[in-house]
Design a protein around this ligand. Structure first.
Ligand code: DC
Length: 226
C-alpha cells in the first residue's frame, strides 16, 4: 500500500452486511472506522430537531457544516453516537432515520457539506469506510474497494431478524417494500448514485456467513499488503 493513509472502501445497498463487515475488518486491522450512513442519519435527525424540512437543501447544508457529532464505544465495545452531546445511537438505527437519511442524501449541497467531515476520518494507521459512495466519490484513491451486495429478499430477511432480535415487530413485506424503495432512491438519484466503482471488487454475500465474507475481504487486504 502507498505511503498515504490507506483506505478500504466498503459500499453497497442497505442490508448487504457492509456495516458488520466494515466493523470486523477495522477491528481486525486495528484501523479507524467511518460509518458514513450514520452521518446522513444524524443530519436527518438533527433536521427534525431544528424543524428543518428534509428537502430544504440550503438549510440542511448549513446544518451539516456545523453538525456536532461524536462516535465512541461503551464499556462492552458497543458503538455509541452523540449528537450535540446527547446519546442518539438507538434513534439513529430506526427505519424512520434511514428513510430520512436517504432523502437528505439525495441533495448535492448536503453531500458537499459532509465531504470534509468524512475525509477527516482518514487517520493513521488506516481507515475502513462504509457507505454508498466511499469508493466512487469520497475516497476515489482507496487501496481496496469492495462492493458488497445481497439479493433484496435476503437483505429484507436479515433486517427483519435484526429488528426482531431487538424486540421490534415489523412485517417482512413492509420491510421488503422499504428496502426496494430505498434501493431505488439511492441508485436512481442523479447525485452520487449507488453503484460500484469501476475498480471495485464485487462480493455477493447471499447465502454466505459473515465469517466467509470477512475472510474474503481480509484475503484481499493481505494480497495488497503482500
Ligand atoms: O448505510 P445506512 O443505511 O446507514 O445509510 C442510510 C442512508 O444514507 C442510505 O439510504 C443512503 C444514504 N447514504 C448515502 O447516500 N451515502 C453514504 N455514503 C452513506 C449513506
Amino acid at each position: 500500500m502507498s505511503k498515504v493513509v490507506p483506505v478500504i472502501a466498503i459500499d453497497g445497498p442497505s442490508g448487504s452486511g457492509k456495516g458488520t463487515i466494515a466493523h470486523r475488518v477495522a477491528a481486525s486491522l486495528g484501523w479507524h472506522l467511518l460509518d458514513s450512513g450514520a452521518l446522513y442519519r444524524l443530519l436527518a435527525l438533527a433536521a427534525g430537531r431544528h424543524g428543518i424540512a428534509l428537502d430544504d437543501a440550503a438549510e440542511l447544508a448549513e446544518l451539516a457544516a456545523r453538525l456536532d457529532v461524536r462516535f465512541d464505544s461503551d464499556a462492552n465495545g458497543g458503538d455509541r453516537v452523540w449528537l450535540d452531546g446527547e446519546p442518539v445511537s438507538g434513534e439513529l438505527r430506526t427505519e424512520e432515520a434511514g428513510k430520512g437519511a436517504s432523502t437528505v442524501a439525495a441533495l448535492q449541497p448536503v453531500r458537499d457539506a459532509l465531504l470534509g467531515l468524512q475525509r477527516g476520518f482518514r487517520k493513521p494507521p488506516g481507515l475502513v469506510a462504509d457507505g454508498r459512495d466511499m469508493g466512487t466519490h469520497v475516497f476515489p484513491d482507496a487501496a481496496l474497494k469492495v462492493f458488497l451486495t445481497a439479493s433484496a429478499g435476503e437483505r429484507a430477511r436479515r433486517r427483519h431478524k435484526q429488528l426482531n432480535d431487538k424486540g421490534i415487530d415489523v412485517s417482512l413485506a413492509a420491510l421488503s417494500r422499504d428496502i426496494e424503495d430505498r434501493d431505488r432512491r439511492d441508485s436512481e438519484r442523479s447525485v452520487a448514485p449507488l453503484r460500484p466503482a469501476e475498480d471495485a471488487r464485487i462480493l455477493d454475500s447471499s447465502g454466505k456467513s459473515i465469517e466467509a465474507v470477512l475472510n474474503t475481504v481480509l484475503n484481499w487486504v493481505k494480497e495488497l499488503q503482500g
